[in-house]
Design a protein around this ligand. Structure first.
Ligand code: GDP
Length: 372
């Protein structure tokens, strides 16, 4: 991490992830290295410092922001004598807690086993005492001692199960016929579910935690007599574990097969530009980056950043920006139709609805050119 601000933002996000998983963060440690130590990720002095702190304050878990290699994880756990989680493990745990449908549970279980497989040699015995807790949910401890083969069997079983469900879901998608399909995409916690609720007047679970949405929800929405299907997808996040991208294939298929994407951005978040990049990156990975898209900059009501510098006119450093001012920012000059709203107060909803209507209508007309 070069930049101190960035570093703190990453740590904020990690703390938010930990909070979502049910943990409270006691202290942050950072270290600048030109490259991670191949054996222990951090340097030995830093490891010692953390170890001493953990001992003194009786800390239960140490969380790393990056994915650790199996041997780094093992070495660190031995050196620090504390449970170690990496970012991937933490995210998998959150998904495990929040998976409600059998499909989501199967996807998470598969991802967890794939994460576990190369880490089977890990020393868990000294951790047997602290049963449960973060990183221990799902296929955790009890299977650790079992044969790799059993886990491989389980993985192929889960893959088969997912394949079957994938087929069913593809059929369902086909049966939806020619109705225009719109997918909400965006970084996690930007307000997709809130927007979905506001547009479809249904109750989708929205809360201020990361990944409140695990499964896709499809709702029929009508704007000015024009019906379309709106899908809420899992929130994207920086460094989403690759196992998850893979196993959430069907969730992402909703995005891949959508006719129109609505990219929701949380303008009140200081890293919103990074978030846009992360989302575009994932859209590219799933080959959905060339679809028609609308950019919705959300949370204009919640805009409370301190002015860093009088001359700094970037919106993220200014307070109380009016709608007219928003429209003069670089964000409004994107190649996509762009609108600024608050999903909470419904500010500027008429303009947003008109924009969605126009874009859906374009697709509708291209599909039914001879109807009125
Ligand atoms: P999702 O993860 O993208 O689906 O985001 P949610 O819809 O769950 O919203 C995340 C949090 O942001 C919740 O606490 C919402 O109440 C809040 N939120 C959503 N839209 C707005 C908005 O326009 N303004 C403000 N202030 N908060 C919002």
């Amino acid at each position: 991490h070069q930049d101190e601000d960035k570093l703190q933002e990453y740590m904020d996000e990690l703390e938010f992830l930990a909070f979502t998983a049910g943990a409270t963060v006691d202290k942050r440690f950072t270290q600048k290295l030109t490259q991670p130590d191949s054996k222990t990720f951090i340097g030995s002095g830093k490891a010692q410092e953390i170890r001493d702190y953990v001992k003194e304050h009786e800390i239960g878990t140490v969380i790393f922001d990056d994915e650790l290699s199996p041997s780094q994880l093992k070495n660190l756990e031995r050196e620090m004598e504390v449970k170690i989680l990496d970012r991937t493990n933490l995210i998998l745990d959150i998904f495990a807690q929040r998976a409600t449908t059998s499909y989501a549970r199967t996807q998470v279980e598969l991802a967890q086993y794939q994460y576990l497989l190369p880490r089977l040699t890990r020393m868990w015995t000294h951790l047997e005492r602290q049963k449960g807790g973060i990183g221990m949910r799902g296929p955790g401890e009890t299977e650790i001692e079992t044969d790799r083969r059993i886990i491989r069997d389980r993985i192929s079983l889960l893959k088969d199960k997912l394949k079957t469900i994938d087929k069913q879901m593809a059929t369902q998608r086909n049966n939806r016929g020619k109705v225009v399909r719109v997918a909400l995409v965006g970084y996690t916690n930007v307000g997709k579910s809130t927007l979905m609720n506001a547009l479809s007047k249904s109750e989708v679970f929205a809360e201020n935690k990361l990944f409140a949405t695990l499964d896709t929800t499809v709702r029929k929405v009508v704007i000015g007599n024009l019906p379309f299907l709106l899908t809420d997808t899992v929130g994207f996040i920086r460094k989403l574990p690759t196992q998850l991208v893979e196993s959430f294939k069907s969730t992402l298929d909703e995005v891949r097969e959508a006719d129109l994407l609505i990219h929701v951005v949380d303008i009140s978040h200081e890293s919103f530009e990074d978030h846009i990049d992360s989302v575009n990156q994932i859209l590219m990975e799933i080959n959905a980056h060339q679809k028609p898209m609308i950019m919705i900059f959300n949370k204009i009501d919640d805009f409370s950043y301190e002015k860093k510098d009088e001359d700094d006119l970037t919106p993220s450093t200014r307070k109380n920006i009016s709608l007219e001012e928003w429209k003069n920012t670089w964000m409004a000059k994107s190649k996509y139709p762009t609108v600024f709203i608050s999903a909470l107060t419904k500010e500027n909803f008429p303009e947003m609805k008109k924009m969605i209507y126009d874009e859906v209508m374009k697709i509708h007309i291209s599909r039914f050119p001879y109807n009125d």
